[in-house]
Design a protein around this ligand. Structure first.
Ligand SMILES: Nc1ncnc2c1ncn2[C@@H]1O[C@H](COP(=O)(O)OP(=O)(O)OP(=O)(O)O)[C@@H](O)[C@H]1O
Length: 317
């Protein structure tokens, strides 16, 4: 394993672009840490989120992924290090604070009302109204039109926004939530394991919308434990283990195999392969089954989409 890591200090050195004087990073964390009593949930984590880029945060159970999101999303406060949003140091007091700073989070168990129509869920808590005082009422038609238009702009083709959102597949619901965050002006979009509960096809659908959000200029933070989902769409990869960063890479400096080996723990993986070989040479068959489960083949299609959409995107021309 000889992938070159991102030099964290160089990454955060220039907070402002020398030409435009605008902040280089939408969001940056410098040696951030968090304790829960005696438990160190996160230690010394440095990362940057830029517009039109996808940062993947990978780690197994207990790695500190949720703690990291909670700090960025305003649910918890860090007790070490600094967090900057558009160049300003921030410590959020509430999720509303983070949202006001342009940071939207789509949680795995989306807070939707299954029996309500798609458009109602799209505007939930931010309903449009028309008229004044006692004559004020919800502008239903406008909300339906906007929902349809916004979903179409993300490439989500739903014929009927009147349909209860509970009738959509898990992947489609994730996509509606992503489109909603984009519409309400998110600059940073945090996606908390959006593909964890999905099958291969649905995961592919969600990965495509992650690319759509990227191409619309958002800085996306994609939390996952699956390197096969992260690699095709990610620009940077932060690997966490027991609350610490064990690697931070640019896409150009790491391969999928290296990322997978890092996640599994290279030595542990080698030991497992050795044991399997001793069990009678079924390693190839097992690899095929594993690849099938991880959806490597289907997800590889998304990698092609990622590359071609990036090439065609004016942002990356
Ligand atoms: N509220 C809390 N109080 C005490 N310890 C906590 C709390 N939240 C998390 N931890 C601990 O902090 C560490 C990191 O947990 P965290 O939930 O951030 O990991 P994770 O990578 O999101 O794991 P998972 O994928 O299982 O959700 C774990 O050891 C966990 O037990």
């Amino acid at each position: 394993m000889n992938a070159k890591q991102i030099d964290q200090q160089t990454l955060l050195k220039d907070e402002k672009d020398p030409l435009t004087h605008t902040p280089v990073h939408l969001l940056s964390l410098d040696r951030v840490g968090k304790h829960y009593g005696n438990i160190i949930a996160l230690r010394d984590v440095t990362m940057a989120v830029d517009n039109g880029r996808v940062t993947c945060v990978l780690g197994d159970n207990g790695a500190g992924k949720s703690t990291l999101i909670k700090i960025i999303a305003g649910l918890h406060q860090h007790d070490e290090g600094t967090l900057h949003v558009m160049g300003d140091e921030r410590k959020f007091n509430s999720p509303r604070d983070a949202l006001d700073a342009g940071i939207a989070t789509v949680y795995q168990d989306l807070a939707v009302v299954p029996l309500m129509p798609i458009w109602r869920n799209f505007f939930l808590g931010s309903e449009l109204t028309s008229g004044f005082g006692p004559f004020k009422s919800m502008d239903v038609q406008k909300m339906k039109d906007i929902t349809l238009k916004e979903l179409a702009a993300m490439g989500i083709d739903l014929r009927d926004v009147e349909q209860p959102i509970g009738q959509l597949s898990g992947g489609e619901r994730q996509c509606v939530a992503i489109a909603r965050a984009v519409y309400f002006g998110a600059k940073v979009l945090i996606l908390d394991e959006p593909t964890a509960a999905l099958g291969v096809k649905q995961s592919g659908v969600v990965l495509r919308y992650i690319l759509q959000a990227r191409d619309r200029g958002l800085g996306v933070i994609f939390i996952t434990h699956n390197p096969h989902h992260a690699f095709p769409v990610g620009d940077r990869f932060l690997l966490l283990k027991r609350g610490k960063s064990i690697g931070y890479y640019d896409k150009k400096d790491i391969t999928l195999d290296e990322l997978t080996a890092q996640m599994a723990g290279g030595a542990e993986l080698a030991e497992l392969a050795h044991e399997l070989e001793q069990l009678g040479g079924h390693t190839e068959a097992l690899k095929e089954v594993q690849a099938e489960v991880a959806g490597v083949t289907e997800i590889a299609d998304v990698a092609d989409v990622a590359d071609s959409s990036r090439e065609n995107s004016p942002r990356h021309a």
